[in-house]
Design a protein. Structure first.
Length: 678
């Protein structure tokens, strides 16, 4: 197999003594919400089985609670619940008997979101909903017994092992850290006492499940807390965990409440693997690394450097269930790469309302509901517009056997993704375009670039179906002076077509307004491409290992030479519409660069003096050289209207269908679903 030579480290098996992992890539734990969904375990079974067929060595399930107070959707504390889990383990082992499936036991402690949540002390987390109840001695014993019961039931349900999560601000980790453990009994105070609970949980689970069951402990190798764990403590904990019977130590970075991004798209690939490498030197069991490892070559480099024994890919497995198989078969250019946007995965998890899926792969977590089956009656289909909506439609339809012609007015595919990819921190968007370029070749889609389609052209060619994916037009507010030379569209600015002055006002603070502010205040190398720059900008010391990795380190973000003001009409705080798990990073970065944010603005006009406004009723002039308009978008439907008039049947997708609240997630999802039906 090609992959065994191109990725020799990835494809070398790992011997655990009593069992063997067939390669070094595992699917990391992610909460998907399937546990709570209708028919959830059957859906989960197919979701994991598809990844097992896709070549991964080991799968770790989303977190499963050992008791009700642990506060997770899925639970395993009774034999009846074990029966549900058996659906999952059977499906994975039937898909590939060589793939291991390990259940994560997750007790969220003070983050449980229920009033009866528990913790070592009654300390409310910055991101928790309730102040937890402090456990007494009996309560602690009960929690340990519940972990043991859960692990034993997991073994009976056919899992190959369990992972116990001891990081992220969840129960076990709150025993470790002084600010969340205020106890003075044998479970708190000194470091050996604070370490006791996680070690005891692990020791007793090992005792109960015997030696031939994979036991993984997830440790915060850097908790990113000011005053968090010292490196010596992390090392001691890892060694104690090994002595208590763990087969594998998995490294995790950051508590959820820490203000440092660790998985967003602006984080460099494999940024944290070096920390795992340092821990690997002081323990005898294999270690797992994770975070922003989204392509096989990155995994191979991490393993070859000796930074880890195993690489965890979580979101990349949502984006492409076959990522490992494609690496093995030398089909890397067919990998649908995770762009770390969080838009359909973590934003949905933490939003609590929507089913987790993936922006680039709407089938993720919908494996039983959305399938791209071969068509019995192939059609000739024209897709006009090669933005995300048109690309997704064309790919799915062609994969199903339709004959697709994809037409775009521009010189390259991608639509607005060609703007997005130019924003520092969004470099991963290039991967999506590479994927679609390959899909066009692979599925024999006829691509016509530099071709503006009109009704006459489409009618003349007599297609069976026409899909209009022509996207949007930027909205131009109707304002005195809107045609003044100092007014630029975001497209001109992003493409570098027009010079931007030193004093800038940005009208509109949606996703594009924020991205443009990032672009015009950015200096030097993108932090996403350089771990040292990233560490400097977020105040992380990867070498010196201060407490938490961050104590005493001040983030150093260069103030921008430009004076930039970001404006919106709404009186709300700016950036509220940005991604739930990533918006704060953009707000913080722009604040650190000195960008002013002003809400409650009424735009009055633009002239040589600048942008005239009323802010909360008071007149205010922004004396600027450049006004950049990022005021939303309207659907571009003239082609569709012309087709209607000409009596040609056509359907609309993406921005052309609806521009309000459009993003690539909706565009790709809508287009894929329509193409699955045609
Ligand atoms: P478009 O991408 O607009 O594509 C339409 C295509 O149709 C274009 O290529 C155009 O040339 C072509 N076309 C139009 N008329 C014709 C014609 N008559 N004949 C032939 N071709 C025609 N979304 C996210 O989800 N996450 C992000 O992080 C994100 N970041 C962004 C950053 C920036 C700077 C920008 C500008 C957008 C960003 N978006 C993001 C939004 C996302 O790119 C859009 O939602 C998405 O591109 C919409 O897809 P679409 O296919 O409907 O339209
Ligand atoms: P948007 O998020 O809808 O924001 C448009 C902005 O323009 C708002 O601040 C709005 O706020 C303002 N506005 C609306 N009408 C206006 C008018 N007539 N005059 C002046 N201002 C007006 O749209 P967008 O920024 O253009 O982004 C387009 C889509 O791409 C969005 O759906 C977004 O989700 C997606 N995107 C996502 C990301 C991401 O990182 N996830 C990044 C970029 C883009 P007020 O009405 O309060 O002024
Ligand atoms: Fe990756 Fe975005 Fe898909 Fe989540 S939604 S798996 S971050 S591409």
């Amino acid at each position: 197999m090609i992959g065994t030579t191109r990725y020799p480290h990835v494809f070398s098996p790992l011997d655990l003594g009593f069992t063997r992992l067939k390669n070094r890539i595992l699917m990391g734990s992610m909460h998907t919400g399937l546990e709570e969904a209708e028919n959830g375990y059957a859906r989960m079974a197919e979701y994991f089985a598809e990844r097992a067929r896709g070549g991964v060595g080991m799968i770790i399930t989303g977190g499963i609670a050992p008791n009700p107070e642990a506060g997770v959707g899925g639970k395993l504390s009774t034999p009846a619940e074990a029966e549900q889990h058996r659906t999952v383990t059977r499906a994975v082992h039937a898909a590939d008997a060589d793939v291991k499936i390990v259940m994560q036991i997750l007790h969220t402690g003070p983050l449980a979101g229920t009033p009866d949540c528990v913790a070592p002390s009654a300390v409310k987390s910055r991101i928790g909903r309730f102040t937890p109840m402090a456990l007494d001695e009996d309560g602690i014993e009960k929690q340990i017994a519940d972990f043991v019961n859960c692990a034993v039931l997991a073994q009976q349900a056919g899992y190959d092992g369990v992972e116990i999560i001891g990081s992220a601000g969840y129960l076990l980790s709150t025993f470790l850290v002084e600010k969340t453990n205020l106890r003075t009994d044998r479970w708190g105070g000194s470091w050996p006492n604070r370490m006791r609970f996680p070690v005891e949980v692990l020791r007793r689970v090992r005792e109960a499940v015997g030696p031939r069951f994979i036991l993984i402990f997830r440790i915060a190798a850097m908790d990113m807390l000011d005053g968090g764990l010292a490196w010596d403590e992390i090392v001691e904990l890892a060694q104690a965990i090994e002595a208590a019977g763990a087969n594998i130590i998995s490294t995790h970075f950051c508590w959820h409440e820490a203000p440092v991004p660790t998985i967003a798209t602006m984080v460099p690939r494999a940024a944290f693997a070096g920390v795992t490498g340092q821990l690997r030197k002081v323990v005898g069991v294999p270690v797992i690394t994770s975070n922003r490892i989204n392509m096989p070559a990155v995994a191979e480099a991490v393993l070859a450097r000796g930074d880890a024994d195993l690489v965890s890919m979580a979101r990349p497995m949502l984006a492409d269930p076959q990522i490992v198989l494609k690496a093995l078969q030398g089909r890397e250019d067919e990998i649908n790469t995770c762009i770390a946007c969080n838009q359909a995965c973590l934003d949905h998890t933490f939003g609590g309302r929507l089913q987790v899926s993936c922006l680039v792969n709407p089938r993720a977590c919908n494996e039983t509901l959305l399938n791209y089956l071969p068509t019995a009656s192939p059609k000739r289909i024209a897709v006009v517009g090669a933005g995300p909506a048109g690309l997704a439609y064309a790919t799915v339809a062609a994969q199903r056997g339709h004959r697709v012609t994809l037409i775009d007015a521009g010189p390259e595919i991608g639509g607005q993704f060609n703007l997005a990819k130019r924003i520092p921190g969004k470099e991963e968007f290039h991967e999506t375009l590479r994927y679609y370029r390959r899909m066009i070749e692979l599925h024999g889609i006829t691509l016509r670039l530099n071709t503006r389609a009109d009704a006459a052209l489409l009618q003349a060619e007599g297609f069976d179906d026409v899909v209009v994916a022509t996207g949007i037009a930027p909205r131009t507010p109707d304002l005195p002076g809107i045609n003044h030379p100092k007014v630029l569209s975001y497209i001109d600015v992003i493409l570098g077509r027009k010079p931007v002055g030193q004093r800038v006002a940005i009208m509109g603070a949606g996703g594009i307004g924020f991205d443009v502010a990032e672009l015009v205040t950015h200096q030097g190398t993108s932090a996403a491409l350089d771990i040292a720059v990233f560490a400097r900008e977020w105040g992380i010391d990867f070498e010196g290992h201060p407490r938490g990795g961050v104590t005493g380190v001040t983030p150093q973000v260069a103030k921008s030479d430009r004076h930039v003001t970001l404006l919106q009409r709404k009186a709300d705080a700016l950036g509220k519409t940005l991604g739930r798990t990533t918006g704060w990073t953009h707000r913080l970065t722009l604040n650190r660069r000195g960008v002013q944010m002003v809400g409650g603005v009424e735009y009055l006009g633009i002239d040589d003096a600048g942008l005239h406004t009323r802010v909360n009723g008071e007149p205010r002039l922004f004396e600027v050289d450049t006004v950049i308009v990022c005021a939303g978008q309207t659907p571009l439907r003239s082609l569709f209207d012309d087709l209607q008039k000409a009596g040609v049947k056509a359907s609309l997708v993406g921005g052309a269908f609806e521009a309000a609240e459009l993003d690539a997630k909706r565009a790709i999802d809508q287009a894929s679903r329509l193409a699955a039906e045609v």
